[in-house]
Design a protein. Structure first.
Length: 219
């Protein structure tokens, strides 16, 4: 295959999995449904999503929406964005109770898609793991700009239990302190969670000024 016709490097692991498994959980590259659920639980605990306009960047088959409906945190509306055609088609066929749409797009090449549905909260779970540092922060910056209230995301942490892989060409790890410092350049209101899954990854929320949990601004 000519290099110019191949998918971008950050999408190749997913495209390969899609060719092998089709629209299947294994195509998401999650280690297990249990680890996926742990991350979803932490994200839902970190920032309340019930009744919000939510955009899920790298939504797969809509498993995060299914989780939110299951635990009683259904958003007011939901937009799922993913770059895999079979996966998006499967998500569109699922009978969600929440008004939902699924968009086929590449977040890196089409950052404008992050504004679909005028999201109050943009969620990114697992999607950042295959990005280079440059693309990692590029996507976070675009998502921060598009989010009305909060950018909520997770990523593989460099402060992890030694039993986990240090990361490599496919799945990269990032320094939570560097990511925290980057977020603090945008807002003073940042939530960081590193208290789950043996430090395997980190969950962070960057909150827009005046939009954090109904707190009042200091004089």
């Amino acid at each position: 295959m000519d290099e110019s016709s191949r998918p971008p490097r950050y999408l190749r692991p997913y495209h390969f999995a899609e060719r092998v498994h089709g629209a299947d959980f294994r195509t998401t590259l999650w280690a297990s449904r249990e680890s996926q659920r742990i991350r979803f639980q932490v994200m839902a605990e970190t920032f309340p999503l019930a009744g919000k306009r939510v955009l899920d960047a790298g939504s797969g088959m809509g498993d995060f929406l299914a989780y939110l409906e299951e635990v009683g945190q259904a958003p007011a509306s939901y937009v799922g964005v993913d770059a895999l055609g079979q996966v998006v088609a499967e998500a569109r066929a699922r009978p969600f109770a929440t008004p939902a749409q699924f968009v086929l797009a590449d977040l890196v090449e089409q950052p404008e898609v992050l504004r679909t549905g005028d999201p109050q909260v943009i969620c990114i779970s697992g999607t950042l793991n295959t990005y280079t540092p440059r693309l990692f922060f590029k996507v976070l910056d675009a998502a921060w700009s598009a989010a009305g209230e909060c950018l909520l995301f997770n990523f593989l942490s460099t402060f992890h239990d030694p039993k986990f892989s240090p990361g490599g060409d496919v799945a990269r790890r990032f320094d939570p302190l560097e990511v925290l410092r980057h977020g603090l350049a945008f807002t003073h209101h940042v939530i960081l969670r590193h208290d789950y899954y043996h430090g395997h990854d980190c969950t962070m929320a960057w909150l827009k000024e005046g939009q954090w949990l109904n707190e009042k601004k200091s004089p």
